[in-house]
Design a protein around this ligand. Structure first.
Ligand SMILES: [Zn+2]
Length: 85
């Protein structure tokens, strides 16, 4: 299981529901530190919680974008696609 918040690879055992941060799965660390506190915040301060969710979503997108750009650069340097095996 690949965590959709931190990008780390963790066993299936540690898969948690990553909503409302992202529509997918996350690791227990991200669940404890990000997802659960935001869920609690949503009950009392929904506006603040929504702002935090928006911030996290944009940073997750930026992270994925940077990863793709780095992959393109790596491919360019070697003139061919990297073997994933
Ligand atoms: Zn994580």
């Amino acid at each position: 299981m690949k965590c959709e918040i931190c990008g780390g690879d963790h066993g299936e055992r540690y898969s948690c529901n990553a909503m409302p941060i992202v529509n997918g799965r996350c690791c227990m660390t991200c669940d404890d530190l990000i997802v659960s506190p935001v869920r609690i915040l949503q009950r009392t301060y929904p506006d603040a919680a929504n702002e935090i969710v928006a911030l996290f979503r944009s940073s997750v997108k930026t992270h994925a974008h940077l990863k793709r750009e780095r992959l393109k650069l790596t491919k360019g340097q070697h003139g061919q696609a990297q073997d994933q095996r």
